[in-house]
Design a protein around this ligand. Structure first.
Ligand code: BV8
Length: 249
């Protein structure tokens, strides 16, 4: 049973957004759950239920069986093509349009590898963990078109003939420098941080909200349950992205 947020908490969150010059949204897998994309906590479903993310989302898993890992990402990319941004993605995009019209700023830092924020019309400042769409070469700078992620057979690099791989950050891999820098700047520079749908257990991304907390920046969290970040929140709305965000905005 989902506890509904109090009207007072929703009003408080709305007031914080109204008074903020720069709102940064920090999203995790829960942001896309109501679009039909399973979260990492939901575990693997269907034909992948016999695997753990650690077997598939790691360099070791890739080197052990690249075709198996390619197939998992291809299935996820294929599924992504069949789903739509949810009301939460749409609400964030609408807020961005309104705030930019007022000369204010909205930034988005996401741990998600989907393109649902973009398809809702938002600009994303940082994809901390990469993207399901557009594989990259294992060894040279080549980056493929988004649809190449749907190839049934793992493609070779047209430039250097090495193997292409999903352009995501696996467990044990370092996050891309440029994404990290952009994310840190957005979170350090914002005047309100809104955390949506993250368990706050995947580091170093989960450490970023602490930059806002240390700067004394107010934090709103939207999550049906408490997370590892809830203690940092000024307001925790025990609700979902697609229910709470349109409500607030
Ligand atoms: C690195 C791309 C080091 C791939 C992803 C022990 C302690 C601390 C850290 C570690 C440790 N042991 C190992 C580590 C490091 C490790 C890590 O953090 N492990 C965790 C599991 C303990 N991190 C790494 O390996 C990172 N790299 O540390 O490198 C290094 C240093 C130097 C040199 C070399 C290496 C790399 C981590 C990146 C992994 N890649 N994604 C792919 O997608 O396949 S992370 C992956 O997990 C996704 O990006 C996803 O976003 C994330 C899961 O986190 P969440 O987004 O929070 O999603 P989750 O399912 O967990 O939670 C969903 C939440 O939503 C829940 O709270 C739920 O209540 C809520 N929710 C559900 N429905 C809704 C909702 N909320 C709102 N509305 C709803 N409807």
């Amino acid at each position: 049973m989902t506890v509904r947020p109090s009207r007072a908490d929703v009003a408080r969150a709305a007031e914080l957004i109204r008074d903020a010059e720069h709102v940064c949204f920090f999203s995790g897998a829960g942001m896309s759950a109501e679009s039909g994309i399973p979260t990492f906590r939901d575990g693997l479903t269907g034909l992948w239920e016999n695997y753990r993310p650690e077997d598939l989302a790691t360099p070791e898993g890739w080197h052990r069986d690249p075709d198996l890992v390619w197939g998992w990402y291809r299935d996820r990319a294929t599924r992504l093509r069949t789903v739509q941004p949810n009301a939460g993605h749409q609400a964030i995009a609408e807020l961005g349009r309104r705030m930019r019209a007022d000369g204010r700023r909205v930034s988005i830092v996401t741990q998600n590898v989907d393109d649902l924020h973009e398809r809702a019309g938002s600009m994303v400042d940082a994809h901390l963990h990469g993207s399901l769409l557009g594989p990259r070469c294992e060894f040279c700078p080549y980056r493929g078109e988004p649809d190449l992620s749907l190839a049934a057979v793992r493609p070779s690099c047209p430039k250097c003939s090495s193997s292409l791989r999903p352009n995501v950050v696996w467990f044990g891999e370092v996050l891309p420098e440029n994404e990290w820098t952009a994310a840190s700047a957005a979170i350090e520079g914002c005047s309100l941080l809104v955390i949506i749908g993250t368990s706050g257990v995947v580091h170093p991304a989960a450490g970023l909200p602490m930059l806002a907390a240390e700067a004394g920046t107010p934090i709103v969290e939207v999550n049906p349950v408490r997370s590892a970040l809830t203690d940092l929140a000024t307001v925790h709305l025990p609700s979902t992205a697609a229910a709470a965000l349109p409500d607030i905005i």
